[in-house]
Ligand binder design. Structure first.
Ligand code: NAP
Ligand code: 8YV
Length: 327
């Protein structure tokens, strides 16, 4: 059997709807099997026995991993892998890969767009033009907020955080950041706590990953530290924010406005955030261009191909970096 014929026998499980380009490449290379949801009850005995890889948007928990004894690799479509139990995968000798770098610039572009839309109300202004208000009522009112004079804090100065910071440098805005660890050689001001960062700036951009260490990190105390001229932008994960506290802070003037691309329970957005006049809300579109999703799809599938041909992943997540291929 040729190498290509051998790959065709390997069962790759693809749960739910998946990226078309990734599906096309998986079908060309492997044997694709499908389930509607990542629930062990969806798995047939044949799947339990034969599945060696998963390609998915996430949502892979310990029970699902345990239901697949011959699973070797989970190729996550996305850089954030908080919905994959990577620690459990590592304990079971299962590799997890993600899609870093290929989406960094796209997500940074979206972040800047969301920030500007939030402070300069561009969506509301365009609606004013399109609904005839400009003709009937005159000029759109001046935006209460501006980027001018702002100082920006980045929560999560990683690949995307840095790309956002580089863009904001060109806007002439001072930048500070909070990570668990200071980045040596990076000139931006470092704050050892998120509260310290929020106190020092009036514009907080969260690019932090989801997971236990960031759960509801942006809470009432942080929003109060940001202050009444404060703008909060979240492009990271909705789970990092106490959404009830955020809605209250927007309603009572604790902060001025928020721009959100991610939510705790997507696609459900709390009514209080939908009702707030000082929010700009996007349906998780940070990386959502055809160009970038294709690059993510390629990296997701290339990880599977590399694993099953060269026995090494291209972009393993840190938790599974030491997982070795089975003999
Ligand atoms: P990255 O390079 O790993 O950066 C993450 C940064 O967050 C690191 O600098 C890390 O520094 C910091 N961090 C992690 N846990 C922290 C904690 N508990 N407290 C403070 N800082 C913490 O990842 P990336 O490629 O920039 O992606 C970041 C996140 O963006 C992803 O995980 C994903 O959730 C989100 N994302 C969203 C979209 C979208 O469409 N909206 C698209 C892509 C990515 P330390 O380890 O030193 O703390
Ligand atoms: C994608 C993302 O929307 O990469 C991430 O972490 O949040 C986004 O790029 C998502 O992964 C696709 O499911």
């Amino acid at each position: 059997m040729t190498k290509a014929e051998q790959l065709q026998t390997i069962a790759i499980l693809v749960p739910g709807n998946f990226n078309d380009h990734a599906i096309g490449r998986i079908d060309k290379t492997f044997r694709r099997v499908r389930v509607a949801r990542t629930d062990p009850s969806e798995l047939t005995d044949e799947m339990r026995e034969t599945v060696r890889g998963i390609a998915s948007f996430g949502g892979i928990d310990a029970a699902f991993i345990d239901a697949l004894p011959n699973l070797e690799i989970i190729a996550n479509f996305g850089v954030g892998y908080d919905s994959v139990d990577a620690r459990h995968a590592a304990a079971r000798g299962v590799m997890v890969t993600n899609t870093p770098d290929v989406l960094t610039e796209e997500v940074a572009d979206t972040t800047i767009g969301l920030l500007i839309n939030t402070v300069r109300e561009l969506y509301a202004a365009e609606t004013w033009l399109r609904d005839g208000s400009w003709v009937k009522k005159g000029n759109y009112s001046l935006s209460r907020l501006t980027l001018r004079g702002r100082s920006v804090g980045i929560f999560g100065m990683g690949r995307i955080g840095l790309a956002v910071a580089r863009r904001l440098e060109a806007f002439g805005l001072p930048i500070a950041y909070h990570n668990r660890r200071k980045i040596e050689g990076l000139a931006y001001e470092y704050h050892a706590t998120l509260k310290g960062l929020a106190e020092a700036v009036d514009t907080l951009i969260s690019v932090a990953p989801g997971g236990a260490s960031t759960e509801k990190a942006v809470n009432a105390e942080i929003l109060s530290a940001l202050g009444p001229n404060g703008v909060f932008v979240n492009i990271g994960r909705g789970s990092t924010v106490d959404e009830q506290a955020l809605a209250a802070a927007l309603a009572n003037g604790t902060i001025a406005a928020a721009g959100l691309d991610v939510f705790a329970d997507e696609p459900n957005v709390p009514q209080a955030l939908l009702d707030a006049p000082n929010t700009s809300l996007l349906p998780h579109v940070g990386s959502a261009s055809e160009h970038t999703r294709r690059a993510m799809a390629d990296l997701c599938v290339d990880n599977l191909i590399s694993w099953f041909t060269d026995r090494r992943p291209l972009t393993p997540v840190p938790e599974t970096a030491n997982v070795k291929p089975r003999a």
